[in-house]
Ligand binder design. Sequence first.
Ligand SMILES: [Fe+2]
Length: 262
Amino acid sequence: MELSKWINSNYLTPEGIADVRESVKAKPTMKYCVLDNFFLPERIDAIIAHHATLKFDEAADRTGHDMVILPYDGAVKWADGNDVGAEFYFAEEVKEYFCYLLNRLKPPRTSVELKLRWHKPHATGFWIHSDSVWRSIVAIMYFNKNWKASDGGLLQLWRPDEASYDKSTIFDNIRSDQRLDFLNENQRLKTNTPGGGWPSHWPHQSRDMILVDQIVPAYNRLFLCDLDADPTFHSVTPSCDKIRTGFVYWLNNESHPNFKGK
Ligand SMILES: [Fe+2]
């Protein structure tokens, strides 16, 4: 698999790669980058055309342990070798490339999970969570042409604060059918129950979370993030009347002691 047959050449030159790596290094806590016009136009359009032919399963995307419905409003089709894009999704070269952009090493034993995603109009959003500990890297690709910030569906990044404010509103016991508009209204909030929980070595107590960035889920935009560098708590705001689509790529660290796989 040749990366140059898939990716915008701007992200493959030594200078382009160096620019991305430096931008990641400069991030103060969460180590991520946002790459616009990531795929070659014919590749992204073929992926999107294929995506439009698929069926998506909401229950498979939202059902957690003990059959609890999670406050993550999406539907999934797990990618496999037959999907357009599979040659890219599961390539060793892509694993190496993503790790290199993030200034990190690839774990010794890895696998890729890839969710092709579909979100209905007026999706209620995703509550703040961290992707699980054995997921070493996440890459999210967005397919949505002419998407505006006001259309919602924003990926929000949250930093747990060391300080706790008495005035911070507490949000716990988030219901799966609840529209999470309060995510747009609180740039600081307090919670004891992020999805995925706090890292086990952290004291378990309510923490203030501070909103540090929001990414518009726009066409051919890639969000790439190192989950080993920081838990990278994130959420998604409710959306308006448009369907929102994309995919989520996880590089699993199969050597992690808690690795459970899909
Ligand atoms: Fe997530």
